[in-house]
Design a protein around this ligand. Structure first.
Ligand code: PMP
Length: 461
């Protein structure tokens, strides 16, 4: 085959169509349209093979926290690959990058969290969490405490266990999920599900479903509760203030383990190092990935509290779990450098004090648009609800139709903004400037206007 980058767009699309199966994609539909070929990127911008420049409002897939084009990350990968491209961390071995990364993670994490188990992705991290929860209770002589409570519309990955922990119905429908031992309670999504309750009352009520489920199933069966500090893929759902304190109270009262899935929130998204810092959560486990390496190389991990790690390490016996790429030296070296960049350039403080508040102020202005029922967000993550009737919080029929129109308008206008149903979401690189935030808002507004203009022509049947 020719070098792919010597081919023009239609030639690349033809090969892609023939040989490449894409994630979360209707392949038939995609093959009719052809893929968008992304060829390069710099800062907050990406370019496609036709030369179109787009402001990447999603930081790839919520991951390119330091932005594109950081030479130091490429250099560190290059040097590490020459020195030691691979070695495993099984069989009493380790490598300097894995050691360095574990150390800095312990420094950055909340005080009671000092150890990490490395994985290759967020999904692998959540698979690992299930195995660790069950191992923990096994070692304490309570193997029946194997049930994990999660939430509807949560996203925890796409492997069998990750998708099962997640609460996405359309994923469960394929392949007979969830696997046994996982149950789902309601999510704290006030805008769509809060009805007449005020947000704080609603937050308390959905949190109390955790207690009701523990009592209903029996505490002797429940091992843990898992949640994203704020739901990302579900539509940037930010719980009411009443939610997390109540969840914390219930986990403490019953002694069940609390898992805060930090795959999106971790490494600065909210303006704090972890979503747990932002919401005041005290987790026993923090699955991490994405921003850990800013997506430059694949790596994830599970950060483990002292309470759990002491049991896992002090009791005898092998934990029969691990991946070929656990602690991969090149990925770990890149992640270590990435965290140093985030720390030494004060990128997260800038999000907290400067760009985050600025984005949130400008983002809220979108509520003045006739289509926008709510604009919400924290730090550098946000969502807008596109609705038919603002007063009644009523969505358009055929959920996802209007969202799709808006997403396509954004692309035409040079902005990557994602649609989750009719909820439009953003999560730009953390190095976005105020001028670029203005550009993002301007493009979003133009796209909303074009969406409003297109609605009378949409067939909602
Ligand atoms: N957890 C959360 C909260 C996520 O958002 C994601 C990915 N979007 C995952 C886990 C899974 O990560 P990965 O795609 O790296 O397996």
């Amino acid at each position: 085959m020719n070098k792919p980058h010597n081919l023009d767009t239609s030639e690349l699309q033809a090969i892609d169509r023939k040989h490449h199966l894409h994630p979360f994609t209707d392949s038939k539909e995609l093959n009719e349209q052809g893929t968008r070929v992304i060829t390069r990127a710099d800062g907050v911008y990406i370019w496609d093979s036709e030369g179109n420049k787009l402001l990447d409002g999603m930081a790839g897939l919520w991951c390119v926290n330091v932005g594109y084009g950081r030479k130091e990350l490429a250099e560190v990968a290059y040097e590490q690959m020459l020195e030691l491209p691979y070695y495993n961390s099984f069989f009493q071995c380790t490598t300097p990058p894995a050691i360095g990364l574990a150390e800095i993670l312990a420094e950055l994490a909340p005080d009671h969290i000092n150890r990490v188990f490395f994985t290759g992705s967020g999904s692998e991290s959540n698979d690992t969490v299930i195995r660790m929860v069950r191992r923990y209770w096994d070692l304490l002589g309570e193997p029946q405490k194997s049930v994990i409570i999660s939430r509807k519309n949560a996203y925890h990955g796409s492997t069998m266990a990750g998708a099962s922990l997640g609460g996405m119905k359309f994923m469960h429908e394929q392949g007979g999920l969830p696997i046994p031992g996982i149950v789902h309670i309601d999510q704290p999504y006030w805008y769509a599900e809060g009805g007449d309750q005020d947000p704080e009352e609603f937050g308390l009520n959905v949190a109390q479903q955790l207690e009701a489920t523990i009592l209903d199933m029996g505490l002797d069966r429940i091992g843990a509760f898992i949640a994203e500090p704020l739901q990302g893929a579900g539509g940037v759902i930010i719980p009411p203030d009443s939610y997390w304190p109540e969840i914390g109270r219930i986990c403490d009262k019953y002694g069940i383990l609390l898992i805060a899935d930090e795959v999106i929130c971790g490494f600065g998204r909210t303006g704090k190092w972890f979503g747990s810092d932002y919401f005041g959560i005290k987790p026993d486990f923090m699955p991490i990935a994405k921003g850990l390496s800013s997506g430059y190389l694949p790596i994830g991990g599970v950060m483990v509290s002292d309470r759990v790690a002491d049991v896992l390490t002090d009791k005898c016996g092998e934990f029969a779990h691990g991946y070929t790429y656990s602690g991969h030296p090149a990925a770990a070296a890149v992640a270590l450098k990435n965290l140093q960049i985030l720390r030494d350039e004060h990128i997260i403080e800038t999000v907290e004090k400067d760009t985050g508040p600025y984005l949130q102020k400008r983002w809220r202005e979108l509520e003045n648009h006739p289509l926008v029922g709510e604009a919400r967000g924290v730090g550098l993550v946000g969502a807008i609800e596109i609705v038919k009737d603002k007063d009644k919080r009523e969505f358009f029929p055929k959920e996802g139709t209007v969202g799709g129109v808006c997403r396509d308008a954004c692309i035409r206008n040079g902005l990557v903004m994602r649609a989750v149903g009719d909820t439009m979401i953003i999560s730009p690189p953390l190095i976005i400037t105020k001028e670029q935030i203005d550009e993002l808002i301007e493009k979003a507004l133009k796209s909303l206007d074009e969406t409003a203009a297109a609605i009378p022509g949409i067939n909602f049947e």
